[in-house]
Design a protein around this ligand. Structure first.
Ligand SMILES: *Cc1c(COP(=O)(O)O)cnc(C)c1O
Length: 463
């Protein structure tokens, strides 16, 4: 399989190159040149597979010759061995809806599904090229710990994650700083999340530093992350349909960067019988406004009880735009240029019907989110985390919808306690965190200081 850029400026490349490139060199996003097609008999067979075997089946055609069958099987097995549930992503019936629990990984949020896979994949590709790389990122909470757990203990990768000192929740901080592997470097910045992002950006723009130290990001635009997320759409469908290709289902997806829901779109384009994709946002509603009006327009960010969806611009949206614009890179480039200069873009009016036929979008308020947690708990005894609650609320007119549960409720104890007066029982991965030993550097919010710290750390470790 070969990969192309949404902006048309990259010669077709293979899967491994696409993974290592991350963001396309022309500023666009990488996509496969076509979608493998899954017919009815194949869907029936896939519905019988375990999660790991299904993951191998879904991913293989996207990877082509870049990994052999054995390598892919081993990689997937390793990635999902860290999940505490035998089904990896079990489906649970809650009233007349189905909840797809994606939070049984080591950090209790769905980003583990992608990052456990990406970490193993990076290591394998680096072994082949006898290379090394250094991951650098800033986090406001969730992504940082999932990235750390994806690469902890690996030989060819060091990871540096910046978080704002004393400004992430105690659990989130401990999830990162209690990882003591020698290749993991937590840095608490005396400043805000925006300071952290600014520093990371400055270091990536320092091209000499970037290439000398093989700096890499693990942000949500990496194609391998999307690919890993396609798997659980097929898996969940198999559980409710019994493999009947005539059985269509809707999925409700709490959305921020459009990565998770785009994986659902890929599954649909491969032939999964999807009725609707329900796009659920919190108050930060750029995507739901887009689906309902065709105008994609950035506004200021509001802080909500579902903070992992507090985004202004969705980094994966351009991938969907590419298909909506009939795979025309010139049209995508011109829309993105308009986004850059004016902070908004509008699709041609005749395209809106196509969007509306596939997506149902809703923005869910803070009150509705907490009310949903309360209602689901009192009716069914099941505790939703605030992100999942946004998706469940948006699906209220779609009985039978599969609602993606993106975090364990114990991770967002304050919001849950506000809704139902108590916190959820933490899973084993979150227990005892406050008693564990930690390691973390505390630095000024200054890119030169962070750079010097990275250089010194890497010199000490690798000479
Ligand atoms: C990242 C995240 C989301 C949003 O996923 P996107 O792929 O960015 O749309 C939703 N819920 C939780 C808990 C997350 O961590």
């Amino acid at each position: 399989m070969r990969y192309l850029s949404t902006r048309g400026g990259v010669e077709p490349i293979g899967f491994s190159q696409a993974v290592l490139m991350g963001l396309a060199t022309d500023g666009g996003l990488l996509l496969p040149e076509r979608f493998p097609q899954i017919d009815g008999p194949m869907l029936q067979r896939w519905a019988q597979l375990s999660f790991v075997d299904l993951a191998v089946a879904v991913m293989a055609p996207f990877i082509g010759d870049d990994l052999n069958a054995e390598e892919l099987q081993r990689l997937v097995e390793r990635a999902y061995a860290s999940f505490s549930h035998p089904e990896v992503t079990p489906l649970v019936r809650v009233g007349d809806q189905q909840v797809l629990e994606l939070f049984h990984g080591p950090t209790a949020a769905f980003k583990d599904v992608a990052l456990q896979f990406l970490g193993q994949l990076f290591e394998l590709l680096l072994e082949r090229s006898d290379g090394r790389l250094n991951i650098l990122g800033a986090t406001s909470g969730d992504t940082g710990s999932a990235a750390i757990y994806g690469v902890r203990g690996q030989q060819r990768i060091d990871i540096f994650i910046l978080h704002p000192h004393n400004r992430v929740s105690p659990i989130q901080e401990r999830q990162m700083t209690t990882v003591l592997d020698a290749n993991v470097h937590n840095i608490a910045i005396k400043g805000t999340f925006d300071d952290g992002q600014r520093i990371v950006k400055a270091l990536f723009n320092d091209l000499e530093f970037k290439s000398e130290y093989a700096l890499s990001a693990v942000n949500s635009i990496n194609w391998a992350r999307i690919l890993a997320q396609v798997v659980y759409y097929f898996y969940a469908w198999g559980r409710v349909s019994g493999g009947d290709p005539g059985h269509r289902v809707s999925f409700s997806v709490p959305t921020g960067n459009f990565g998770d829901i785009f994986a659902g779109y890929v599954a649909l384009r491969m032939g999964l019988p999807v009725e609707r994709l329900i796009l659920a946002t919190n108050r930060n509603d750029i995507l739901s406004r887009f689906v309902n009006t065709g105008l994609y327009q950035a506004r200021e960010v509001h802080h909500t009880v579902s903070p992992s969806m507090d985004i202004q611009i969705s980094s994966n949206f351009e991938r969907y735009l590419y298909y909506l614009m009939d795979e025309d890179p010139a049209a995508v480039s011109s829309l993105m240029a308009s986004m850059n200069t004016s902070g908004e873009l509008r699709i041609p009016p005749h395209k809106l019907a196509e969007v509306a036929a596939l997506f149902h979008a809703e923005a869910v308020s803070e009150e509705e989110t907490l009310a949903q947690i309360r209602e689901t708990y009192s009716a069914h005894g099941y505790i939703l985390d605030p992100h999942t609650a946004v998706g469940v609320r948006a699906a209220h007119n779609h009985p039978g919808a599969i609602c993606l549960a993106t975090a364990h409720p114990a991770k967002f104890g304050d919001a849950v306690a506000r809704a139902i007066g108590k916190e959820a029982e933490p899973p084993p991965s979150l227990q005892g965190l406050m008693e564990k030993e930690t390691r973390c550097a505390i630095l000024d919010a200054d890119s030169a200081k962070v750079k010097a710290y990275m250089q010194q750390t890497l010199r000490e470790r690798h000479g």
